[in-house]
Design a protein around this ligand. Structure first.
Ligand SMILES: [Zn+2]
Length: 108
């Protein structure tokens, strides 16, 4: 977790470690209004959805690099060999969703 993500009262320690003012009063008001307007209803349902969302992000980050999936459509990327063009014979990662998805990247 980043050090600005804390549980329970951990935020007090985080706030107190900031000595220099970072935002002006008007910036604070604008940010508070933005948070209020975009905030989801505090409920068990919202909490569950948040936990599920964060769990998904953590799983994405922990997934080993050799089962890389397409950043565009999520299908697995496959090692392919260029059959024609200036890179003929060279290997590259292409989306297994080809030709519907044309995502590819250079082999690293
Ligand atoms: Zn794809």
């Amino acid at each position: 977790m980043p050090d600005n993500v804390v549980n329970a009262s951990g935020y007090i320690r985080f706030i107190k470690c900031k000595i220099q003012p970072i935002l002006s009063d008007s910036e604070i008001l604008a940010i508070c209004a933005k948070i209020e307007s975009g905030r989801l209803k505090p409920s068990i349902k919202t909490h569950r959805e948040h936990v599920r969302h964060v769990t998904t992000i953590v799983e994405e980050k922990q997934r080993p690099a050799d089962v890389n999936s397409c950043p565009k459509c999520g299908k697995p990327m496959m090692l392919k060999t260029a059959r024609r063009g200036p890179n003929q014979g060279k290997q590259f990662w292409g989306c297994s969703g080809f030709p519907r998805c044309k995502m590819f990247s250079q082999k690293l």
